[in-house]
Design a protein around this ligand. Structure first.
Ligand SMILES: Cc1cc2nc3c(=O)[nH]c(=O)nc-3n(C[C@H](O)[C@H](O)[C@H](O)COP(=O)(O)OP(=O)(O)OC[C@H]3O[C@@H](n4cnc5c(N)ncnc54)[C@H](O)[C@@H]3O)c2cc1C
Length: 389
């Protein structure tokens, strides 16, 4: 006998946990299926911190960040916990950088968001921890901050369960059958479930799930790593004194103030090799760690030695835009994928995926057509690949 639910969510990282929470808080009957243990470290939603920011390269992404701040606030209200730490943020544009500041400034200006452009001397005056090259420009946005990765994901799982969701871990989905008006059947963990609608939030493993429906998205999975540095004077890197920062060039780096421990975390964006969710290693790469450490010594001379590194997975679309929409030919299946910048939007993904799964329409001021599965970047094999943001 098949267990029946209105909705099943496949994959309980940040996006799937958020969807289960958002569906459960509407009183829907929801089943969440996770292949590994909840909170595992094989995907993209583990570890301590993720950047939350308004600063983005298009007006639409900036617009969506307003919803991200609001949806994190809803999670804070629902849980009576605090998740958002506002630190301020600096987007750093060295001379000749490949990421143009104008896209960022015009996108912030489109929504009248305050920002300041600072030169090297102004940055050094306010944050003496920075040693920027002459001629660098820095975009300061005061509302940039940090959200907790593993803790935020676990909180959404707890809220989902409190709202009545059934979350089954160690339950890999091994088959999906679309029965048309008869709903869908999902095989997982030795059981068959009957559901009316399906949400796929399997990130690096999205295509393994979608292939059961004869569908595939062009995704590249890379193995990335974050490194923790131990400053001699951690107090100089505390959130009250040191902002979140992003180096807007190729290679692109980003980093955080101290957060829960006397270390500063930094990483390269999109520097790792292509892997799959199953064949990747968990071994940090020494050459990439050195590249980052050399950058840190030059740019933040007090940040101290690299003391540990951890790996994680990026799942990238060719245009680095999100995937958010129904599977063509299977309107009862919706997909959410954060293209390796989605954690800040996790509660928003959850709300929008819950909308799309339940009514086919999402409540948002942003045009979601740009994230559809049938957009050119996901259907044209010759679409250019561009991952820097
Ligand atoms: C190092 C790093 C730094 C990042 N920094 C930022 C940042 O600063 N700001 C930001 O906004 N974003 C950031 N991101 C991106 C963000 O973390 C991800 O976009 C987001 O966490 C993805 O969540 P997810 O739930 O889609 O994926 P995951 O957390 O990988 O979850 C997918 C889940 O699906 C499960 N699954 C797969 N197949 C099956 C199956 N067949 N059956 C059942 N379950 C299945 C997997 O086990 C997994 O748990 C970063 C990512 C990384 C790796």
């Amino acid at each position: 006998m098949a267990d029946s639910f209105e909705y099943a969510v496949i994959g309980l990282g940040a996006l799937g946990s958020a969807t289960a929470w958002q569906l459960a808080r509407r009183g829907a009957q929801v089943l969440g299926l996770e292949r590994f243990a909840l909170g595992h470290e094989r995907g993209a939603s583990h570890d301590s911190s993720r950047i939350l920011r308004h600063s983005y390269h298009t007006p639409d992404y900036v617009k969506l960040t307003f919803e991200a701040y609001d949806d994190w606030a809803t999670l804070e209200q629902d849980t009576s916990e605090s998740f958002v730490t506002v630190t301020g943020g600096l987007d750093l544009f060295p001379p000749g950088c490949v990421i143009p500041p104008d896209d960022y400034t015009s996108s912030l200006a489109a929504w009248s968001l305050p920002y300041a452009m600072l030169d090297t001397a102004a940055v050094a005056a306010r944050w003496p921890q920075f040693n920027l090259p002459d001629g660098a420009q820095a975009l300061y946005q005061e509302r940039t901050g940090i959200v907790p990765a593993a803790r935020g994901t676990a909180a959404m799982q707890r809220q989902a369960v409190a709202g009545g969701a059934v979350l089954r871990d160690e339950s890999a989905v091994t088959a999906v059958r679309d029965l048309g008006s008869g709903g869908l059947e999902v095989d997982a963990g030795g059981q068959t479930y009957k559901v009316r609608r399906l949400v796929v939030t399997a990130d690096a493993w999205s295509n393994d799930v979608l292939r059961h429906l004869g569908y595939e998205i062009p995704l590249t999975v890379t193995q990335e790593q974050v490194t923790y540095f131990t400053p001699e004077r951690p107090q100089d890197f505390a959130a009250e004194k040191f902002p979140v920062w992003i180096w807007m060039d190729d290679p692109s780096f980003y980093g955080f103030p101290t957060y829960g421990e006397p270390t500063v975390k930094a990483a390269q964006d999109c520097g790792g090799p292509a892997v799959t969710g199953d064949d990747r290693s968990f071994e940090p790469d020494a050459d990439r760690r050195k590249l980052l450490a050399d950058f840190m010594v030059a740019t933040f001379p007090g940040s101290g030695p690299a003391t540990r590194s951890k790996t994680c997975l990026y799942t990238l679309t060719p245009d680095r835009d999100f995937v958010l929409g129904a599977v063509p030919g299977h309107e009862n299946v919706v997909v959410g994928l954060g293209a390796a910048h989605g954690f800040k939007f996790a509660p928003t993904f959850g709300r929008l995926l819950a909308d799309l799964a339940s009514t086919g329409e999402a409540t948002t001021e942003v045009d979601l057509h740009q994230f559809r599965l049938d957009r050119p970047a996901l259907t044209d094999p010759d679409h250019p690949v561009s991952w820097l943001l």
